[in-house]
Structure formats: C-alpha cells, structure tokens
Design a protein around this ligand. Structure first.
Ligand code: COD
Length: 303
C-alpha cells in the first residue's frame, strides 16, 4: 500500500517507462516536470504544440528537451486533438495539459468521435500528502463535475475507489463530506446523498469500499473528533477518500491544503480511456511532476 509520495515515486520507477502526450507543451513548468520525470526514468514525452515556441521556452529557461520529439501544431485546438490522436493510435499512454485551457482539453477528451471517452463519467482525482495526516488522502471532485447528483456521486466514488485500489488500498475508506454528521433533509440535501451512498456500500451496491457519511471533515480525519461527537465509524479518523459535496467545497479544500496546509499534491482526470494529467497553471513544478507520476502509475497499460 502506498502511503506517501516517496512510496508512489518508488513504485512508478519500478514500472516500465510510459509516454506522455503533452498538449500545448510551450510552458516552462510543464517542460521542467516532464524533463524531471524523464531523468527519473518515469516517462518519455511527445511535445505537441508550436515548435518554435516550445524551443524558445526551453532555450530561455535552459531546459534540455533534446530527448523528446516535438510535433508541431498550429494552434491550441490542433495541439489538443493531435495529442489525443496519438493516444488513440497507442503512441502515448497518458495525456497531459500544457498551456492549453482546461475547457479546450476537456472538450477534446469528451469529443464523441475523436475523444477519449470510455463510457464512464469523468472525474477529477486529487491525492494529497498532508503533514498532519498519517497517510495519503484523496479528494474528488475538485475540478470537473460542478454539482453532481446522486448518480454522478456514485460514479465519482467508483472512479476514486478504482484508482485508490491501484495505489494498493484494497478496500478504501470513503468519507462523504458535508457540514455536519447528521442527516438534514430540508436544509442540506448533500447529507441525504451521503447517507444513501453509505447504505449502498453497506448493502454491496457500491463495491470494494467502506463508505460512511455524512461526515464533517474533522470526523473524517480525526479519531478524537469522532470520540467527542460520539461517532462510531470505521471510516472516522482514517478516511482514504473524501467525496466532496460539490466542486466549490472540493476546490476550496484543495487550494487550502496546497497553499495553507503545506501539502504536496497530484491531480488527474479519471474515467476516460487513459488518465489525464491535469494541473492548474499556478500549481508548482513539483505538483506537475507528482501528477505525472500518478498518471503514469495508474495508466491502464501499466497494469
Ligand atoms: N463525464 C463524462 N461525460 C461528460 C462529463 C463528465 N464529467 N461532463 C460532460 N460530459 C459529456 C456530456 O454527457 C455531453 O455528451 C458532453 O460531454 C457535453 O456535455 P455538457 O454540455 O454538459 O458539457 P460542457 O462542455 O458544457 O461542460 C463539461 C465541462 C467539464 C467543461 C464542465 O462540466 C465544466 O466546466 N466543469 C468545470 C471545469 C472547471 O471550471 N474547473 C475549474 C476548476 S480547476
């Protein structure tokens, strides 16, 4: 079971190297992260984008990209569609967002004819190493599904459980997060969804996971908080996955951990035919590198 990013990096380095198709690769941090992944034996990369700009960015920052093929694309949309095409042709194992807008990348991925749909719901999966917590903690969905209904939450949980299992957590503990630990049908409908998800897991309708909820974040990550509130739960204080009620809560939590919680993070979109390495432009080079490691480790062609 992987309990830290050091463990994740060790695991991925022991696997065969993967190839990343970088859409619109003309961005400094992305190039740095890809070079680091290459030097560490994790991944090779195909750099898709404006060839002159890619070379110019690398030259200005003294980044050695001589080991990578550059595939010229005229504009943002061509970069995205060419990168996706390379994956469809099995020339690359994962897709990575470069300088292109998230919306453009997702539009390409969701394209019915030429995209990377698998028939499942796509969702964002973030992994955090938080100094105050005893293991990695996973959060969904901070970047794709805006206001998931119960059906979408089931799919988001199933996606997250599948990927947590790829990190060696056989039966992940999922806390369905709300503001309180009691069901409030009138004012807080997400507490109803949480109770239903917990019951669905208890009855085997959602498999391979122990789910409890509603839970406030403190119940999910602190045993003491459960004791104080009289909550008896296998998940309480030991959650692997936090399912957030919506994108607002998830994104606020994500940014708070990153900027104020001294956490390391990696993020990918899951549910497509390959994992998609998707970090925001402001994320650190380290976050991009760790996201590459997560994306390549969980790439299906690695299994
Ligand atoms: N999984 C699978 N298919 C999907 C998904 C999904 N999560 N979302 C949409 N689709 C399919 C639909 O079934 C449909 O066939 C097609 O894609 C278009 O659906 P729309 O019209 O609902 O989708 P869009 O293009 O309006 O929006 C999809 C986005 C992912 C762009 C949208 O949900 C979005 O903007 N999400 C938030 C992204 C964001 O702002 N993140 C910021 C935090 S970093």
């Amino acid at each position: 079971m992987i309990t830290s990013f050091a463990g994740l990096l060790k695991e991925v380095k022991d696997k065969p190297k993967k190839t990343i198709a970088v859409a619109m690769a003309e961005e400094e941090d992305v190039l740095q992260a890809v070079v680091m992944a290459h030097q560490q034996g994790i991944a090779d990369a195909l750099l898709i984008g404006n060839k002159n700009k890619i070379i110019e960015v690398a030259r200005k920052q003294d980044i050695d990209i001589s080991d990578f093929d550059i595939i010229h694309a005229e504009n943002e949309w061509h970069s995205v569609s060419r990168a996706i095409q390379l994956i469809r042709e099995c020339m690359a194992d994962t897709l990575m967002k470069g300088k292109c807008a998230t919306a453009t990348l997702l539009k390409g991925v969701l394209d019915k004819e030429g995209g990377l749909r698998s028939g499942k719901l796509l969702s964002h999966f973030a992994v955090f190493e938080v100094p105050a917590y005893h293991k990695l903690i996973m959060v969904s969905d901070a970047a794709m599904n805006i206001a998931p209904d119960l059906q979408a939450k089931i799919a988001i949980v199933e996606n997250a459980v599948q990927y947590a299992r790829m990190l060696g957590i056989e039966k992940p503990k999922v806390a369905v997060i709300a503001a309180i630990e009691k069901v409030n049908p009138d004012g807080m409908p997400c507490t109803l969804d949480a109770a239903m998800l917990a019951q669905m897991a208890a009855r085997g309708q959602i498999k391979n996971a122990i789910i409890d909820g509603p839970m406030a974040v403190d119940n999910a990550v602190s045993r003491k908080s459960c004791l104080v509130k009289g909550i008896e739960s296998e998940v309480g204080g030991d959650a692997d996955i936090l399912l957030m009620p919506d994108i607002e809560a998830a994104n606020v939590f994500y940014k708070t951990l990153t900027y104020l919680g001294n956490s390391k993070t990696a993020g990918i979109i899951i549910g497509a035919s390959v994992p998609i390495i998707l970090t925001s432009r402001a994320d650190s080079e380290e976050a991009k590198y760790l996201s590459i490691a997560l994306g390549t480790l969980t790439s299906a062609r690695n299994q």
